[in-house]
Design a protein around this ligand. Structure first.
Ligand code: SF4
Length: 459
């Protein structure tokens, strides 16, 4: 029992997190930065932070993740990191030739209080930023929020640095902000918009950056990512559809304020209803009809839900992960008559709890929900009363093993499996994959537990 010290008895904790259900802000910022074409993320802090951020992303995506670091030592920690950052900007443009450097801060540089815009201005004044190259930044102190907050901050940074209203004329085009999802999800969101015949700019876009094919040649800057020229046009789009309130909402609102581009902030399109809302919003804004190809995909998902429903009904589920994902997932699970009874996110936020309560009000069972919670608390709830299934990231595997509960890996980070970045869980097709994974886990358990006389060939 690896977690044998977890007790069923719950003692109120206010200043202690055990086994957090989140990672740190810069990881999300680094992920978002990789969604800009020819962008090198830069971690303004110590080498240890940067190594942690890079290794977490590399282990999840199974692709080499490149990033610079300001390499703070004792001097920078006491006197500030200005000299290190100016030198880093010079070195990075000289040696690695990115088009953009996206700087995010760390706990240390935030505590010192380094003024990044002032340092960038100094680097520009000293000629360290070549013409036609860009340096953007986001503040990502990791003692607040989570990797989702860091992602949101850097996406908002793209708006702050690149968006312009132009001459005020709007072009027939939509912006799509995909939220903190896998590269394959971003690809799927773009595909659905293309099926509807919509001209769009997606930012950030990590498809074909962190799910690239094997070509036999290493490319420091893979072909994917939103181009700077496109980011400079987002302020002249007709509107923005932002997926995920926490991850995409701040950028969408900032663009509305800065360039008068109206936005609609939706849930991530995970599951039937959320995908319906996404498709309907695109259809309405663009004034197009939904093509038969999308209706066909929807019909297939509906059919599979009907076929699988008998196995899902009344199964109790515990979820841990990021708020945007959990909200959409909870709605989907309730729709298929599963009962999400324990829901924990490490990212703080009161709205999350009230939204989950709203979504689960038909669940005929007491629902426990905690924003800013940890996996220790989730484990304690499970010790008091177990569930049929766990859904969440790799860190749940210890609880799954100790309590002997099947686990479906979903969310970020997944460090112990390969392939997840290639298969979307958004859209109708993504819903099919999610349902298949859930049913496989439930039926594998049923097979394992079945006595010989009821071990069935046909289930
Ligand atoms: S010190 Fe802060 S920024 Fe660095 S790895 Fe730890 S939590 Fe993340």
């Amino acid at each position: 029992m690896l977690l044998r010290h977890t007790t069923a008895e719950i003692i109120e904790r206010t200043a202690l997190t055990v086994n957090p259900a989140k990672t740190c802000q810069p990881i999300g910022a680094m992920y978002a930065a990789l969604g800009i074409h020819r962008c090198l993320p830069h971690s303004h802090g110590s080498q240890g932070c940067c190594a942690y951020h890079r290794s977490t992303l590399t282990r999840h995506y199974k692709e080499p993740v490149m990033a610079g670091t300001s390499s703070f030592t004792e001097g920078a920690s006491v006197f500030g990191g200005q000299a290190n950052l100016v030198q880093a900007i010079h070195n990075i443009f000289t040696i690695y030739e990115p088009e953009v450097i996206a700087i995010h801060t760390t706990c240390l540089s935030e505590t010192i209080g380094d003024d990044i815009p002032q340092i960038i201005a100094k680097a520009r004044a000293e000629g360290k930023i070549p013409p036609g190259k860009y340096v953007i930044h986001a503040n990502t102190p990791s003692y607040v929020g989570s990797h989702v907050t860091g992602f949101a901050n850097l996406v908002k940074g793209m708006v702050d640095y690149f968006a312009t209203a132009g001459e005020g004329r709007k072009e027939n085009r939509l912006n799509l902000i995909p939220g903190y999802v896998e590269p394959a999800d971003m690809e799927e969101i773009k595909r659905l918009a293309a099926e509807l015949g919509i001209n769009c700019i997606m930012f950030p876009d990590t498809s074909n950056v962190l799910n690239t094919p094997q070509t036999g040649r290493y490319a420091m800057y893979p072909p994917g990512g939103v181009k700077v020229a496109d980011l400079q046009r987002i302020g002249t789009s007709l509107g923005t559809v932002a997926l995920g309130r926490l991850a995409s909402g701040p950028a969408a609102r900032a663009l509305d304020t800065k360039c008068k581009v109206p936005c609609e902030i939706l849930d991530l399109p995970i599951g039937l209803k959320a995908t319906d809302r996404f498709i309907d919003t695109l259809r309405r804004i663009a004034g197009v009809a939904v093509p038969d190809t999308i209706n066909l995909e929807r019909g297939r998902l509906l059919d599979v839900i009907a076929d699988m429903h008998q196995y899902f009904f009344g199964r109790r589920v515990a979820l841990a992960g990021d708020p945007d994902q959990l909200i959409a997932l909870t709605e989907f699970l309730v729709d298929i008559d599963m009962w999400p009874v324990y829901i924990v996110t490490g990212t703080p936020g009161k709205k999350f709890e009230s939204r989950i309560r709203e979504l689960t009000k038909t669940v005929p069972y007491p629902v426990k929900v905690q924003a800013g919670g940890d996996l220790f608390l989730l484990h304690q709830w499970l010790k008091q009363e177990p569930v049929d299934l766990l859904i969440g990231n790799t860190y749940l595997k210890y609880i799954a093993r100790d309590e002997d509960i099947p686990l479906v890996r979903f969310g970020f980070p997944i460090l112990d499996r390969i392939g997840h970045v290639y298969f979307p869980t958004v859209g109708y097709r993504g819903g099919l994959r999610l349902l298949e994974k859930i049913l496989d886990a439930l039926l594998d358990r049923q097979d394992r537990e079945a006595p010989e006389e009821s071990f069935e060939l046909v289930m």
